[in-house]
Design a protein around this ligand. Structure first.
Ligand SMILES: [Zn+2]
Ligand SMILES: [Zn+2]
Length: 347
């Protein structure tokens, strides 16, 4: 076994702290990765604090992992020692179900193996994530990080980046399409940058105009502050696609009204309580209310290559591992522009 150091949550209401644990020895198809950086995703906070239920402790969170390969198994062909690589939300899946056959492993019908707070394929070993110095992952679930992307800025692409890239691609954002991004946080700011690079006309839809300059600086074409009376009404029926990154409980009706005939509003942020929606605005214009979960391994690689080619990186604030607890409190308050990245080299 490989001895690993990490930062773990030990119980729902305790601060995270240092944790010594073990990683498996590399199997023939595994790569061993020296973790350099790991992003902090809001879902890390939800799971470390057991806000979704069923959390397994001790838990080493983190699924925005960027590092360098230090060893490979005997059968590995896709990566070699010294390669810059990333690991996102998935470390394995069944590989045989209809979703996996379509290379949509995030929708694995048997349940994908998530990077932490999940189980490995043996069905009993708990997975541990990226707030750590080392991880062992199957080569097929390990991404190539292009040279043009610095490792610290590549990290948040592995979850936040692909969570927006996947629906933008699936619902065909591009030239001639009007795309709305609800909420300018870790997810939303990636949606703006990627949507603009895809050629879409992008509007940020936000509670007030406190982030207007940031949004325009990221390339957004328009900014819609919803605290202005009738702000949404004035744009009714003008959007081809809206992606909702906001996890707050809001009345969706006025947002459905923004969509054109046949257009979709896609949710990627999860509110704490179930939503109550009125179907009239959906029925009236054959609109869709849809959901999207992270992205597949293939989409994640496409997204990394796309971001490298288009020079897209997240706006990050880098912290040392001992700053994780303070960072969690700031994530909850949306007090970060726009993603925390932990320098795991300082562990
Ligand atoms: Zn995430
Ligand atoms: Zn599957």
């Amino acid at each position: 076994m490989i001895r690993a150091k990490g930062i773990a949550a030990f119980a729902a209401k305790q601060p995270l702290g240092p944790y010594a644990f073990e990683r498996r020895d590399p199997r023939p198809n595994d790569v061993v990765i020296d973790i350099k950086y790991c992003g902090i995703c809001h879902s890390d906070v939800h799971q470390a604090r057991d806000e979704w239920g069923g959390s397994q402790f001790p838990m080493v969170p983190g699924h925005e992992i960027a590092g360098v390969v230090t060893a490979v198994g005997t059968a590995v062909t896709k990566h070699k020692v010294g390669d810059r690589v990333g690991v996102g939300c998935l470390v394995d899946s069944c590989r045989t179900c209809e979703s996996c056959e379509r290379t949509l492993e995030q929708y694995c019908l048997k349940g994908a193996n998530f990077t932490y707070n999940g189980l490995e394929k043996d069905g009993k070993t708990v997975t541990q994530g990226g707030y750590s110095n080392v991880i062992v992952v199957d080569e097929n679930y390990t991404l190539r990080i292009p040279d043009a992307l610095p490792l610290d800025k590549a990290a948040p692409l592995l979850c936040a980046g692909v969570t927006l890239y996947s629906p933008l691609k699936h619902w065909k954002a591009g030239p001639g399409k009007r795309v709305g991004i609800m909420g300018l946080g870790g997810l939303g700011h990636m949606g703006v940058k990627i949507g603009v690079a895809m050629g879409a006309e992008v509007t940020v839809i936000s509670r007030n105009d406190s982030k207007k300059q940031d949004a325009l600086g990221m390339g957004a074409h328009h900014f819609l502050a919803t605290d202005t009376p009738d702000a949404l009404k004035a744009h009714a029926g003008t959007f081809d696609l809206i992606i909702n990154t906001v996890s707050a409980d809001i009345d969706m009706g006025p947002y459905f009204q923004l969509l054109k005939l046949d257009a979709a509003l896609v949710v990627v942020g999860v509110p704490e309580k179930p939503l109550s929606i009125h179907p009239f605005p959906l029925i009236g214009m054959r609109r869709s209310y849809a959901g999207s979960l992270i992205g597949s391994i293939r989409e994640t690689q496409d997204m990394l290559d796309f971001c490298a080619a288009k020079n897209i990186t997240p706006d990050i604030e880098t912290i040392a591992p001992e700053g994780i607890n303070a960072a969690y409190d700031r994530v909850v308050k949306s007090d970060v522009r726009y993603r925390f990245v932990v320098d795991m080299g300082k562990l």
